[in-house]
Design a protein around this ligand. Structure first.
Ligand code: NI
Length: 173
């Protein structure tokens, strides 16, 4: 397994609608392993393929966050939301591509998602709580959308400027 480099906003690759995975090949399985390793190492609870510069519809997540909790690594290929609750919930969201920036985002409290697993089978599951927020945040990445796109323009610009500064500093080191 390899820890891959995570793209930092702003990056044009984080703004693209990416293409479906056609076949669950060895490359796809290797990418899934690498993405989980990269996510746990960060550490984070979700990661989408475009964040590691692979432009395909795939994400990993594990929201079993409490210490001593058994890890629940999930790999979702070609995921889509097929039902959203009318109830909404607000979470203080962050993103591995926007380090150290957090903001409240309101989304449907529960969603039913359909996806293809690593075994090639189609799965459907309803997510609540943090899992629901996380899966929606990660699916957004596959459509070139970031959590800061839900914020007011001024706040979004402020965060983007901080990230530009961070990237300049990283480039210098
Ligand atoms: Ni993110």
């Amino acid at each position: 397994m390899t820890i891959r480099n995570i793209l930092i906003h702003p990056d044009p690759r984080l703004k693209k609608v990416v293409a479906p995975v056609v076949d669950v090949t060895d490359d796809v399985r290797r990418l899934a392993d690498d993405m989980l390793e990269t996510m746990y190492n960060a550490p984070g609870i979700g990661l989408a393929a475009p964040q590691v510069a692979v432009m395909t519809r795939m994400l990993v997540m594990d929201c079993a966050k409490e210490e001593a909790a058994t890890p629940v690594p999930m790999v979702l290929i070609n995921p889509s939301v097929i039902w959203s609750s009318e109830d909404r919930s607000v979470y203080d969201e962050g993103c591995l591509s926007i380090p150290d920036q957090y903001a409240e985002v309101e989304r449907p409290a529960s969603v039913k998602v359909s996806w293809t697993g690593l075994d090639g089978k189609v799965v459907q599951e309803t997510f609540d709580g943090l899992w629901s927020t996380c899966v929606q945040h990660e699916i957004d990445h596959l459509d070139g959308k970031l959590f800061i796109d839900y914020l007011k323009p001024l706040r979004r610009q402020m965060i983007t400027r901080k990230m530009q500064k961070l990237k300049r500093e990283m480039a210098r080191d």
